[in-house]
Design a protein. Structure first.
Length: 57
């Protein structure tokens, strides 16, 4: 198995990564939304959300 960040051999201590650095790079991508799956908002979902939203003041 290779590290998903740099393609080096993995280290059992940091598996599936090769080092703490690559594990931190991966965490940073999750925290900044780099791994977010784009989605389209459907009209039905918008209507449901609008009905459940608290009233605006």
């Amino acid at each position: 198995m290779t590290c998903p960040i740099c393609d080096r051999r993995t280290d059992p201590k940091y598996r599936p990564f090769c080092s703490r650095r690559c594990a931190d790079v991966d965490l940073g991508k999750w925290l900044t939304g780099s791994y977010a799956v784009p989605a389209e908002e459907s009209d039905d979902w918008s209507a449901d959300t609008q009905e459940d939203a608290p009233p605006k003041h």
